[in-house]
Each structure stands twice: as C-alpha cells, then as structure tokens.
Write a protein that binds this ligand. Structure first.
Ligand code: NDP
Ligand SMILES: O=C(O)C1=N[C@H](C(=O)O)C[C@H](O)C1
Length: 267
C-alpha cells in the first residue's frame, strides 16, 4: 500500500513513518506546509520508500498514493480534504480541535471519498468509549468528571479524546454532550448531572485520560495512558489499510475494529 502522510515532520508524522516497516506499507509521499523548513529534505526511517523527500501537497501526482493519513493541524484540514478528493483516495483524519465548520467539511468530503475520523487512533480508547457509555448508563446517579493530561506543546484543550469520551458518557445518559457539558469549570461549582473537564499540560506527557464516576462513598475511575506514540501511529496505519477497501462514507475506529459487533456477542 502506498501511503501519503500529511504533517510528516511533526511528532505523529514521524511516528507513522517510523512504524511503516512493521506493515506492508511504503511511504510514497510526505507532505509539509508551505512554511516548512524541511521541504526537500529526504525522509528517514522508511526502508522501502528510500529516496522520498518532504514535498508540498500540490506536487503530488495521480497514482502516487493509495491513501492519506492526516496528522497535521486543523487549519490544514480543508486543503487536505481537497487533496484527497483531487487524487480520489481515502483519507484518515487524526487532527483534533476541529471547529463545527471543519466537521461539516469532513461530512461533505465523504460524498466523494472514504473518510475515517479518529480523535484517538489507539485500540484502548476505542474500547474505553464503549465502557464509558455502559458505565454512564448503568450508574445514572454518579457525577461524571473527565481529566486529561498532555505535553506542553499541545495546542487544543480539552483534548479531542476527552471530548469524545464526554460524548460517550452523555450518550449513556441518553443526552448530547452539548446538553450536559459544564466545560472546564471556571467557578468550580458542580451542577447535578453535568459532565466537567480538567486539563493539564506539562513537559512530555504523551496522552492520559481518566473518566471518573463518583457516588458519595465510592467511585470508579476508567483510565487510559499512552507512553509511546507508536500506539497512535499503528492504529492510524491499520485504519488506512482497512479504509482503502471501503466505499465512500464516514467511518470511525470502532467501525474498523468491528467493536460493536464484538461487544454485542459478549454482552
Ligand atoms: N488521533 C490521534 O490518535 C492523535 C491525534 N493527534 C493530533 O494530531 C495533530 C498533530 O499532532 P502532533 O504531531 O503532536 O503535532 P506537531 O505540531 O508535532 O505536528 C504537526 C505538523 O503539521 C505541520 N503543519 C503545520 N501547519 C500546517 C499547515 N497549515 N498545513 C500543513 N501542515 C501543517 C507542521 O509541520 P511543517 O510546517 O513542517 O509541515 C507540524 O510539524 C494534532 O491535532 C493532535 O492533536 C496527536 C496524537 C494522536
Ligand atoms: O496532541 C496530542 O498529542 C494528542 N492528541 C489527541 C487528542 O487531542 O485527544 C490524542 C492523544 O491523546 C494525543
């Protein structure tokens, strides 16, 4: 499979390039922004695709890639979706902090190409979302609080993962997150039934999320911690391998892992 990476010089772009030898995947395009100072440099850690250099999106040729993975930034989303449509290839979008307008662009693009959107490409978070929904439904009187911690260079908050965990918790209560979210409480006051968020940024923390369900006298905490970015990179590559076989439409990691089918068999 010929893979194109958008945001190729970034923390995640580099992790994806480093992870490809484990799969039957060759990086044939490594895209950088117009402002990038890495343009024209050879990419490293891609044995099969030796000779590939960082290039600009408009230089990509038809047939150069079978699929794109986007680990750039939300401000590049419109251009990246346009590129996928122009090349007629599927795209796995992994950026977080998307505006409503950007989410609308994602839906529009699914009419032309297959799109998989994942705020978190780890298998663990995909499973955790199901557990959170189940726990929120099973314990309707508990207070729900979501905590996340990331590295100091992260630009958005609460993280995309914290937001989707909040959506799963709200779904368990039969509501939308917009109805239940208290956001990051500035006044510290809790309203019964609301879902609050706490954000920590420090040093090189890769990604930690805890959803707390609290009753007076007891609490459950569901936690996921990532200590290596290859967890996200491998999930994104597996998603790309799956997406190239799908028709146009909007997909999630849960679709890729067939998690709902699996859970129905278990519960
Ligand atoms: N879904 C998931 O599992 C995960 C998602 N993420 C998300 O992925 C995104 C990237 O994270 P991370 O790798 O840490 O971030 P980085 O800042 O390390 O990398 C982003 C890269 O995007 C490139 N870029 C910046 N502006 C543009 C632009 N306008 N057009 C194209 N490229 C641009 C930059 O490189 P250059 O200018 O050289 O091109 C930069 O290196 C974030 O939104 C993050 O939240 C992160 C981890 C896991
Ligand atoms: O920016 C990051 O680093 C991460 N971003 C994603 C998010 O916002 O949820 C996923 C992961 O936690 C790392």
């Amino acid at each position: 499979m010929k893979l194109g990476i958008l945001g190729a010089t970034g923390r995640m772009g580099q992790a994806v390039i480093a992870s490809t030898p484990r799969y039957n995947v060759t990086v044939t395009a490594a895209v950088v922004s117009q402002q990038s100072n890495r343009y024209g440099e050879p990419i490293r850690a891609n044995t099969a695709g030796a000779g590939v250099r960082f290039q600009h999106a408009h230089e990509l040729q038809p047939g150069q890639v079978d699929v794109l993975i986007d680990f750039s930034l939300p401000q590049a989303l419109a251009d990246n979706l346009q590129l996928a449509q122009q090349l007629q290839v599927p795209i796995v979008v992994c950026t977080t902090g998307l505006s409503e307008q950007q989410q609308h662009l994602l839906s529009q693009a699914t009419e032309q190409v297959p799109v998989l959107y994942a705020a978190n490409t780890s298998v663990g978070i995909t499973l955790l979302r199901q557990l959170v929904q189940l726990t929120a439904a099973a314990l309707p009187d508990t207070d729900i609080e979501i905590f996340e911690a990331h590295h100091s260079a992260k630009r958005d908050g609460p993280s995309g993962t914290a937001v989707v965990l909040g959506e799963s918790a709200a779904a368990g209560r039969g509501k939308s997150l917009a109805e239940l979210s208290a956001g990051v409480r500035a006044d510290g006051v809790r309203e019964f039934g609301s879902i609050g968020f706490s954000v920590l940024r420090a040093a090189d923390i890769i990604g930690e999320h805890t959803v707390m369900f609290a009753h007076t006298g007891e609490r459950i905490e569901l936690t996921h911690r990532v200590s290596n970015r290859k967890v996200f990179a491998q999930g994104a590559i597996q998603a790309a391998q799956w997406l190239v076989k799908q028709p146009n439409g909007l997909y999630s990691m849960a679709d890729m892992l067939q998690l709902k089918t699996l859970l129905k068999q278990l519960v």
